[in-house]
Design a protein around this ligand. Structure first.
Ligand code: ADP
Ligand code: MG
Length: 841
């Protein structure tokens, strides 16, 4: 039996055991047991148990469908029988899992259940003064161990997180319409009493129907697929319900709702007090994303308790001035109203598109999150600008020499960026600048000039690349350009002998060497510099907010220039690189040759065309890449990608192109092996390089003119753009063939057509962002940024702009936030582990 099934059994057993404890003294405290058992058995059945087990689960479900109508004695009997069934099912899967569960419940937790049953009040007082982040969600009224566990799986472990478990949508129940006034074709909310609940057999099939009357008319709920016992037990004649759904006209124009969702039908509990009425009725009610085994009503009630009992503990950190300027509310009150809107509140669609700007509570919550993030960025930037850095005064001797060696004129974009960098270098505020430029826009040239400016001012400079091959390519071009300038350049690579390493480190620490080139890791390790002035980081498409911060701490506050080939849309740049100044190379050097891009379906004919293109180009003396995707791990497969690439390399060599020289490159190779292959390709000792995506990162082989991408539908846009950027780097026209399977998703279709349409990196980045959404685009976890609970930078662009302006203004006026203790506390909490604010406090 599978792990998930054991979990279901655990979930089944707990409430049953609880109910049976101490001669069933708890039996009245377990609510909605039938619903719970129904949900859990359904889950069990969906896990496809063996036929025998399936029967057992079905029996369990059927037995419980009568639960509500049973008297206490029969209930006890049922619970006892069910416990026996569960125990029997469990036997089939051994006892290991059970022990684990028991252990995971600490003694105090097990005690909790009882204690709370006795006196919820007593427990609450002991919580006073604890941060709501630290209060487990099980302390909320109406949340027991089972529900706490379900919520935890949804990412809600603390009361704080529960406060940010926002509704998915809302339902306006202020004016519930009479059934006689319903409009077919619309989504409506009604309430009434069940007058019929029964299975009906028509000549063709049987269906289940529930008829509801509100005195003005009747409406039918219809199920064609159903569990009769469940429906009969859940929607009993005489019960009052409130429900919503799309009303249609049935046979003879009767009003009906077909297959209403369980979460849309709420049975009103008998003896429900006015309090509860106010949660579920006479207002705009929230509709929450549901978790396994918790109905909508239960969830709403839990959230009401959370909001009532704990929202006042939320900090009130937005400065008064900003509140009145931006017309935002107090944070805590806004959170309350996002859960339970007031009558005058606008409700909001929680999509990427709709605007939350019109709803004060929603706008406030979004503003608060964005404000805190921007404040963190502003503080970080302040840290940098308050430091005293190096004031460079480049003599111009070396840079002039270099410029005279170029066979080309710098583009106006390069000239502009170089002067931006020089201005930073001459200022005493340390440079913290990002250089964005598409592949081939001439970033390396800009980096080289900046490095020489540092050197001719008497400082050392380093150039770091993410991989050794890239570092080496940089080294080669530096050597070529700087020949005869009498500069001492060291190359830090992993294969250095101890004595070489020692010599290089020494040259850097005593100042003999002016320039170091190497990988991020090697340079960050333990190199001492005599007087490091400039750090250039070639990041390619990585976003590394954190590493950068580490580096700046090194030595005498060097200037930092980060190069990236992935253009980032403006809205995102503000959030990701908000602490950096940005220079953009938005112009390609002239004379760039065309890259013709074609998307082909993966068919024999298309493949032959691709192969003959490869052949034609190689006969002209050019080279070609053929790339296979690394298939995701979940498909157990980087193995498969590997196999594909390996097999294809063999086929290429033996069958398709026996006369050409074919090389293979993949991620499982040792770095030295990779190096050998790559070097051969660079020196044109290979015609075709078959590869997984390892070549994606910045290699420069101008003689390569064909890029064939297999299974192109599996690549992201940024990756495809990077891959294509490997060709079109020399003086020849180039080609990019994207081979795609027939089965491709709509998103994949969009990606491929973007590739066909444009070569512009910015346009591609915008399209990528639109297709993937900001979270995936950035890979938020890796980027080191706090995640948003509610704000959405695509949707809330306008709010982001305001928050940024306000945050930077606050930091400018009060760099230590000494007048804003609440704010300081909150921003430190939000950004903890992410960034250090060295000079705060
Ligand atoms: P990037 O690092 O942005 O991908 P590179 O700096 O490697 O771009 O430049 C790509 C190619 O273009 C190199 O061969 C370089 O010599 C050449 N190049 C750079 N700037 C110019 C220019 N202004 N005019 C012509 N060619 C240039
Ligand atoms: Mg480059």
């Amino acid at each position: 039996m599978s792990e998930p099934l054991i979990e279901v059994l655990d979930a089944l057993e707990k409430p049953l055991k609880f109910a049976s404890r101490k001669d069933f003294s708890n039996i009245g405290k377990v609510k909605a047991l039938d619903q719970l058992v129904y949900d859990l058995t359904l889950k069990a059945l969906s896990l496809q148990p063996s036929d025998v087990h399936k029967e057992e689960f079905l029996a369990l479900r059927d037995m419980f469908s009568h639960y509500e109508s049973l008297d206490t004695e029969s209930r006890k009997e049922l619970i006892e029988n069910s416990l026996a069934t569960v125990a029997k099912l469990r036997k089939d899967c051994g006892s290991s899992a059970i022990k684990q569960v028991d252990k995971s419940l600490s003694a105090s937790e097990r005690g909790d259940v009882k204690q709370r049953a006795v006196s919820p009040q007593a427990e609450k007082t002991t919580l006073k003064g604890r941060e709501i982040e630290q209060i487990p969600v099980k302390y909320v009224r109406g949340v027991g161990p089972r529900i706490a566990e379900v919520l935890r799986k949804k990412g809600v472990a603390s009361v704080y997180e529960a406060l940010f478990y926002f509704p998915r949508r809302y339902e306006d129940r202020r004016k519930i319409r009479n059934i006689s006034q319903l409009h077919p074709g619309e989504r409506e909310t009604i309430s009434g009493q069940i007058v019929v609940s029964d299975k009906v057999r028509t000549s063709r099939r049987s269906l289940y129907q529930v008829v509801i009357s509100d005195g003005t008319g009747t409406i039918k709920l219809v199920w064609f697929q159903f569990s009769e016992r469940y429906l009969r037990a859940t929607y009993k004649k005489g019960l009052s319900v409130i429900l919503s759904g799309e009303v249609t006209l049935g046979y003879r124009d009767e009003l009906q709702i077909i297959h209403p969702k369980p979460e849309d039908i709420e049975v009103i509990e008998e003896g429900e007090g006015l309090d509860e009425q106010n949660v579920h009725f006479n207002r705009i009610v929230p509709v929450y994303p549901l978790a396994e085994g918790i109905g909508q009503r239960r969830m709403r009630k839990i959230m009401k308790s959370v909001v009532d009992d704990y929202s006042q503990s939320l900090p009130n950190f937005i400065p008064e001035k900003i509140k009145s300027k931006r017309k935002v509310m107090e944070f805590a009150k806004a959170v309350v109203r996002v859960h339970f809107p007031d009558d005058q509140d606008q409700v909001v669609e929680f999509t990427d598109r709709g605007s939350v700007y019109e709803s004060l509570p929603h706008k406030t919550v979004s503003y608060c999150e964005l404000f805190l993030m921007q404040l963190g960025i502003a503080l970080k930037k302040r840290d940098v600008t308050q430091m005293k850095g190096i004031v460079f005064s480049p003599s111009g001797v070396l840079t002039k020499k270099l410029l005279s060696r170029f066979s080309f004129d710098l583009t106006s974009a390069q000239l502009r960026v170089i002067s931006e960098i020089e201005r930073d270098m001459r200022s005493e505020i340390p440079m913290n600048r990002m250089l964005q430029g598409d592949v081939g826009s001439g970033k390396t040239v800009v980096a080289l000039i900046s490095i020489l400016k540092a050197v001719e001012s008497g400082y050392q400079a380093v150039l770091m690349a993410p991989t050794e091959i890239l570092a080496e390519q940089h080294l080669v071009s530096i050597f070529n350009y700087l020949k005869g300038m009498r500069l001492h350049i060291v190359f830090l690579k992993s294969s250095l002998s101890k004595s070489e390493k020692g010599a290089y480190y020494k040259a850097l620490s005593n100042g003999q060497a002016q320039i170091a080139v190497g990988t991020h890791a090697l340079i960050q390790e333990k190199v001492d510099f005599k007087n490091l002035g400039l750090v250039v980081i070639d990041e390619q498409h990585r976003f590394g907010v954190m590493q950068r911060a580490e580096l700046i701490g090194k030595g005498n506050r060097p200037d930092v220039l980060v190069m990236t080939a992935t253009p980032i849309p403006r809205t995102l740049a503000l959030t990701v690189h908000g602490d950096l100044d940005v220079s953009v190379l938005d112009e390609l050097p002239p004379g760039r040759r065309e890259i013709r891009t074609k998307v082909y379906y993966d068919q024999k004919r298309a493949r032959e065309r691709a192969h003959s293109l490869v052949e034609r180009e190689i006969k002209k003396g050019r080279q070609a890449y053929v790339v296979y995707p690394m298939i995701e791990e979940s498909e157990n497969s980087d193995f498969k990608g590997l196999k594909d690439a390996t097999q294809m390399a063999e086929r290429f060599q033996n069958e398709i192109f026996p006369n050409f020289r074919v090389g293979l490159l993949h991620g499982r190779m040792k770095p030295e092996e990779k190096d050998i292959v790559m070097r051969k390709f660079i020196s044109n000792d290979l015609d075709i390089l078959v590869s997984t995506t390892v070549i994606e990162v910045g290699v420069d082989v101008p003689n390569a003119t064909v890029m064939v991408v297999e299974n192109a539908e599996r690549f992201g846009l940024t990756q495809l753009h990077q891959l294509r950027g490997r060709v079109g780097r020399g003086k020849h026209d180039s080609y990019c063939v994207l081979l795609s399977g027939f089965q491709r998703s709509e998103d994949a279709e969009r990606r491929l057509s973007v590739m066909e349409r444009t070569r512009d990196g910015f346009e591609i980045a915008e399209a990528d962002l639109a297709i993937r959404g900001p979270g995936d685009f950035l890979g938020t976890k890796q980027s080191g940024l706090p995640e948003f609970k509610f704000a959405n930078i695509m949707r809330d662009t306008k709010i982001l702009g305001e928050a940024r302006e306000d945050a930077f203004h606050v930091v400018k006026k009060d760099p230590r936030l000494s007048n804003y203790p609440e704010l300081l506390k909150e921003v430190s909490r939000k950004w903890k582990n992410l960034l250090e604010f060295a000079s705060i406090s």
